[in-house]
Write a protein that binds this ligand. Structure first.
Ligand SMILES: [Mn+2]
Length: 473
């Protein structure tokens, strides 16, 4: 037995409002079907949720769905689907487009029945009703499920109990499940914990996951293929594709071969970074960006069949002038023209220099050191204190410490005044020194000048040099 497991097809996804984007999702879906489902003569295709990008797909998305499902039907390959969060039925009505596709014979939508007492009832697929919770195809028994969102941890035990009763030990039991899994999205409260998922282990031979748009696998038993296309540029680096699964039974031994295929047609993405720190004006930034594009951007050959890339240019660092002076559209148009990209996005993620505090602070710096640096940077913006920002920062933190220790406010004030005055005294002393230094320098300059004059006048140089030395050292 052979089957193809995909998820997150997201037909109708129109990111960046580009005409071409929904077609990208269609091309990926069509290519996967032609090459990996029909090409491998699989027994069935699993679509583990988010077939559509929306529960109300537009007519174009419905055409795309129909065209692909038609291909499968002609090849006599059944498509088994469950709902995902994007195409889940609306609670206020019994109708949904996935249910309609199921009624029309284009997919088999598997849905458990939820009884009022919290128990789950699983019914066998009925070709007359075109509905059911599980179905037998080839040597597999395939169970569907709903999208449970944040309640997945609670929904799973009753589902597992129902599967335990309905599983067929002579078959390869598959559960299709659209869910976020612990450890994959770096969120503090994952919908499904690994421990809860593993409770299914004794009754399920293969968990066909969907939802997370990147490939991951758990214990060679639960598989998440990733989406077919990158739904946003943030996903472009992720590994995504479909699983081709082969199950062979020989003399009571079962061999399961799972292969992740990623070679279907996809829109290429590229992300470039440009650091604006220290650049004097908008023209310099524009020139720098243009240079980066010429050195690093992928260019598209009009004569090739490969799809043109979507390129994102991200401006980073500290911007030393008003960001409104940047001509973002000009940068975008220049990059577009140079690369022949389908689309160029220029995102200004730089920080205005006046807001940039504690830049370059070591990541391991202590809390005190961080606080001190931030206060110091803020103080340094005030010309009156710029020269002694470090001292004033220490003073601010000292005042804070005293306040936290419930010191008398009058005493804190006295301490501040005293320290500030000390600073002033020191400053005036420094100013005196500067004045003295200047006077010395001036005298030295005069001496050298006299020396030069004297030389030209033929006066004995040595004597004058000695005189200059007396002044200088
Ligand atoms: Mn999705």
């Amino acid at each position: 037995m052979k089957f193809l497991h995909m998820a997150d097809v997201h037909l109708g996804c129109r990111r960046y409002n580009l005409e071409e984007r929904p077609k990208d999702f269609f091309r990926a879906w069509q290519d996967v079907l032609a090459r990996h489902a029909i090409g491998n003569e699989v027994d069935f295709v699993l679509i583990a949720g988010d077939f559509f990008n929306s529960r109300k797909p537009d007519p174009q998305a419905m055409n795309h769905a129909w065209a692909g499902l038609q291909m499968l039907q002609e090849a006599r390959i059944p498509a088994i689907a469950i709902e995902g969060n994007h195409d889940q039925h609306d609670a206020i009505t019994d109708f949904s487009w996935l249910r309609s596709l199921s009624q029309w014979g284009l997919i088999k939508l598997l849905e458990p029945q939820h009884a009022e007492d919290g128990r789950i009832k699983l019914t066998a697929w009925s070709e007359t009703d075109r509905s059911g919770s599980y179905i037998d195809i080839a040597s597999a028994r395939i169970f569907g499920s709903h999208w449970y969102g944040m309640t997945t941890n609670h929904a799973l035990p009753p589902l597992a109990e129902a599967i335990r009763e309905q599983r067929d030990p002579t078959r390869f039991n598959i559960l299709m499940l659209h869910t976020e899994v612990e450890g994959q999205l770096n969120r503090p409260l994952p919908a499904l914990s690994i421990a809860k998922l593993k409770e299914l282990r004794e009754c399920v031979d293969y968990v066909a996951l969907g939802h997370t748009h990147k490939r991951f696998e758990l214990d060679g038993w639960a598989f998440n293929p990733g989406s077919l296309e990158a739904c946003s540029i943030d996903e472009y680096r992720e590994e995504r594709g479909v699983y081709l699964v082969e199950v062979e039974e020989m003399n009571g031994e079962r061999e399961v071969k799972v292969e992740h295929l990623r070679d279907h047609v996809q829109r290429p993405f590229q992300r470039l970074y440009f650091d604006v720190s220290g650049l004097a004006d908008a023209d310099t930034v524009a020139e720098g960006v243009a240079d980066t594009v010429r050195r690093m951007a992928r260019t598209h050959n009009e004569n090739s069949d490969a799809p043109a890339p979507i390129i994102e240019i991200s401006l980073r660092g500290q911007l030393g002038f008003k960001s409104s002076l940047l001509d973002i559209n000009q940068m975008r148009d220049d990059a577009q023209e140079h690369t022949g990209a389908l689309h160029v996005l220029v995102r200004n993620q730089s920080v205005p220099v006046e807001y940039a505090v504690a830049v370059g602070l070591d990541a391991n710096a202590s809390r005190y050191e961080r606080e001190r640096r931030i206060v110091e940077d803020l103080i340094a913006r005030d010309a009156r204190f710029r020269d002694r920002a470090a001292d004033v920062a220490a003073l601010v933190l000292k005042a804070k410490q005293l306040a936290l220790e419930d010191e008398d406010p009058v005493k804190i004030l006295e301490m501040i005044e005293q320290r500030l005055n000390e600073g002033e005294d020191q400053k005036s002393a420094e100013e005196t020194n500067v004045a003295e230094n200047e006077a010395i320098t001036q005298r030295a300059a005069q001496a050298i000048e006299r020396n030069a004059t004297a030389k030209s006048e033929g006066v004995r140089t040595q004597e004058l040099e000695a005189r200059a030395e007396g002044v200088l050292f």
